[in-house]
Ligand binder design. Structure first.
Ligand code: ZN
Ligand code: ZN
Ligand code: FE
Length: 768
């Protein structure tokens, strides 16, 4: 006899799912029960192993056609000896909560229609159906019906209304449907706002403009994008100059998978991800020919980068443009560097007026900006690096009930999370919070989620950092609502997000290798080994601390991290090792800061160690975006001929243990003096970190290891650390549906706050 608990997650309520489960269980002679729960339903069945397997087979492959099963989780539980099979009442304390659907990329049938001259939606840019089109970006309130979306301004024509009412039609009850007779219209505007043309009269000059190297601001599904011919070096450079984005890679839109293959290598899983309804940007390897500079995507698109972020058309409009232009198009968020994406024409004309030459717009309002998602396919499958279209705001199902916690996230790659019942909803990627618009977007998103989910938070969670915009808003909201504020250490939150995503219980070792987050001791953490057991976190190892002369500025100047290390090793003699990296006068000033410990915060950041090594290896003394130096180090290390030797990075015992990079720095300087190639130095550094991971894991004696933090966006690092740990028998978990970078912090904060609340309740119950 076996018994399993099955969680069916998705749209499975009100579609005849429970009677279906009852029939299937009874047919296979199983006992147990089924009941609705928030976000889906729970089934427990008991019987012979074969009968249970046969039942699961039916559940997976033969559900009622109107159900949309997102996930089926199965876990073995102890047999209970029920008599017969029963449909139980819904759990009273977790009423089914409204589900916010995500936007979906245009489906194959809608594309076929827009390409068929006989169809009434021939070349219509806003074609959609029940399987595709806008959702989250057009919903003003719930329940989700056309009058409560921004499509309410477009009454259905008779032909569309007939499709909407016909149960046999693909557009039966599809809320955003439209056609040329009743739907939104395309318009092309000059930067001053004057109309150049509409409909086909907008499309043709927009296409001509792209072919002539013009920059096109394009109102997409979730906001404005900037498009330019990716094969035109001058045009790409003009976009960089106007957008204030020096070297950070741009994503590229291709008309088809075949077009992507001309520039990049695609695995089956990458192709599947690219074609998925989320239609994310997928980071893939460029072909060897493309890397050697074959004609095609210009190098200015992703300078010195062996990879490229690629995407397929997400709407018929993108498809029309990409196929007419018939060359790859840079397609990047329509914003100025570090500001949120524009979502309406007025804002776009003001903020992008000096960036774009043409504005291709339409009259369907976008309620909230939702950016393109970014995904890469790692060792264990797709990993979301930026979670937006197609993923947000779908919820994560938890193993246990959580209090209603609102978590405000970090400062960069901001997201908001709201836990309620057994679910956590994490908002779309909001971007950085430094700009006033970023701060405003954060506030609007909080109001949005609280209103939609009808849940006044019982507590608010934030980072330890007092100066984050998110922390200040959290303090304000906690006061307004009169609820407790939970401050959660940054790297504890990174670990907690991954723990929650994988449903892990009990203590795990978390290697959180990151940029920087404030520690409870007031220093900047970031090269951390933590034992995390729910709300409890113990720091078991970290990098030896070093000072960052000038603090924040070190993020854009890797050489400052290098000087911090050198000063720790050589004191004032550090000046002897920075020839060609600093001018003597600069060295004097920065060394004075370090000597006096003024404006030189101490850090254990792994990200800054990467920066320092990149600077010392001669790769990047300065960086135009965070992580650029570490990326360069990763790319040259991948190309290294020799990887056998590794730098010494001993773990000095203690509570916590300290990974001492001094022998590593000395060996690196010796290599540099001997003229060893940067690629070899970079490979030796990566190998040293993999050794360190294995050594730390070996000492803690825990079987499960979680890897998170921004440094694990480095594919080489993630792959080698993971492989080495798995080879030693550790079970390794990495972030997949939620980002390893600060986009995952809000989820982690919500979880830690929920775990704290639970432990407090447990304590009071025990003592009472
Ligand atoms: Zn469709
Ligand atoms: Zn119509
Ligand atoms: Fe972080």
């Amino acid at each position: 006899m076996v018994r399993v608990a099955i969680d069916v997650v998705g749209v499975v309520q009100g579609v005849g799912f429970r009677p279906f489960v009852h029939r299937a269980a009874t047919r296979h002679g199983l006992s147990g029960w089924v009941r609705n729960r928030a976000g889906g339903l729970r089934v427990e069945v008991e019987g012979s192993a074969e009968a249970v397997d046969a039942f699961l087979e039916v559940l997976r492959h033969d559900p009622p056609p109107t159900a949309c099963v997102r996930r089926i989780d199965v876990a073995a539980v102890p047999p209970g000896g029920d008599l017969g099979f029963h449909i139980l009442a819904s759990v009273a304390d977790s009423p089914p909560r409204p589900v916010l659907p995500a936007d979906l990329a245009v489906c194959a049938e809608c594309i076929a229609e827009t390409e068929s001259p006989a169809a009434r939606r021939y070349r219509y840019p806003f074609t959609n159906c029940t399987r595709c089109g806008p959702r989250y970006t057009i919903i003003e309130s719930l329940p989700y019906d056309r009058p409560r979306t921004t499509m309410r301004g477009f009454p259905l024509c008779n032909a569309c209304a007939a499709e909407y009412r016909d149960p046999a039609d693909r557009r039966f009850h599809a809320q955003p449907i439209a056609c040329p007779a009743c739907g939104p219209t395309l318009r092309l505007l000059a930067p001053g706002g004057e109309e150049i043309g509409s409909g086909e009269g907008a499309l043709a000059p927009a296409i001509a403009g792209l072919l002539a190297g013009r920059i096109l601001a394009l109102k997409g599904l979730g906001g404005f994008q900037l498009a330019v011919d990716a094969t035109n070096a001058a045009a790409v450079r003009r976009l960089r100059a106007r957008k204030g984005r020096a070297e950070k890679p741009f994503a590229v839109l291709f008309a088809s998978v075949a077009a992507v293959r001309a520039a990049c290598v695609l695995s089956p899983e990458e192709e599947q991800t690219l074609r998925s309804p989320a239609a994310p940007i997928v980071i893939v390897e460029r072909t060897p020919a493309a890397r050697r500079g074959a004609p095609g995507v210009d190098d200015a698109v992703a300078p010195r980068n062996p990879r490229l972020g690629v995407m397929l058309p997400v709407t018929p409009l993108h498809r029309l443009l990409a196929s007419a232009v018939a060359r790859p198009l840079v397609c990047t968020s329509g914003n100025l560097s570090d500001e949120p994406m524009c979502a309406d024409e007025g804002a776009a004309l003001v903020r992008l007026g000096a960036v774009a030459d043409l504005f291709l717009v339409h009259d369907r309002p976008i309620v909230r900006p939702v950016d393109d998602s970014v995904v890469r396919v790692g060792a264990t499958g797709p990993e979301v690096l930026r979670r937006a279209r197609g993923f947000a705001p779908l919820s994560l199902t938890l193993a246990e009930e959580a209090p209603r916690v609102l978590a405000l996230g970090a400062q960069q790659k901001s997201t908001v999370a709201l836990a309620l019942g057994r679910e956590v909803v994490v908002s779309q990627h909001l971007g950085d919070l430094h700009s006033p618009d970023g701060a405003l977007l954060l506030e609007r998103t909080v109001a949005d989620l609280v209103r939609f989910l009808g849940a006044q938070p019982e507590r608010v969670a934030c980072d330890l950092h007092p100066d984050y915009v998110s922390t200040r808003l959290a303090e304000r909201l906690a006061t307004t609502w009169g609820v407790p504020l939970e401050r959660v250490q940054h790297h504890h939150a990174h670990a907690a997000a991954c723990i929650a995503e994988h449903g892990l219980a009990g203590p795990v070792l978390a290697l959180v290798w990151d940029g920087a987050g404030l520690g409870p001791d007031g220093t900047l953490w970031g090269g951390e080994a933590l034992i995390v057991d729910g709300a409890a976190m113990r720091r078991v190892a970290h990098l030896r601390p070093f000072a960052l002369p000038g603090g924040e500025r070190a993020m854009r100047e890797p050489r400052r991290s290098a000087l911090g290390l050198l000063h720790a090793v050589f004191g004032a003699d550090a000046a002897a090792h920075v020839d060609g990296i600093f001018r003597p006068a600069e060295t004097r000033i920065l060394l004075a800061m370090l000597e006096r410990q003024l404006h030189a915060p101490r850090t254990t950041s792994m990200g800054r160690l990467f920066d320092a090594v990149a600077a010392l290896a001669g790769l990047h003394a300065e960086a135009s975006f965070e992580g650029q130096a570490a990326m360069a180090l990763e790319f040259v290390a991948e190309a290294a001929e020799e990887t056998a030797a590794r730098y010494p990075l001993p773990l000095r015992p203690g509570e916590p243990a300290v990974a001492d990079w001094e022998p590593l720095v000395r060996a690196l300087l010796d290599d540099r003096a001997r003229g060893v190639a940067a690629s070899v130095m970079a490979a030796r550094f990566h190998a040293a970190l993999a050794d360190l991971a294995v050594e730390i894991a070996g000492r803690t004696g825990l079987a499960r290891v979680v890897l998170s933090g921004g440094c694990f966006q480095n594919v080489l690092l993630a792959r080698t650390v993971c492989a080495r740990l798995v080879a030693r028998g550790f079970a390794v978990h990495t972030p997949q549906r939620y980002p390893p970078n600060d986009g995952g912090i809000a989820l982690g904060q919500a979880m830690v706050a929920a775990w704290r609340a639970r432990e407090r309740n447990d304590v009071s119950r025990h003592s009472g």
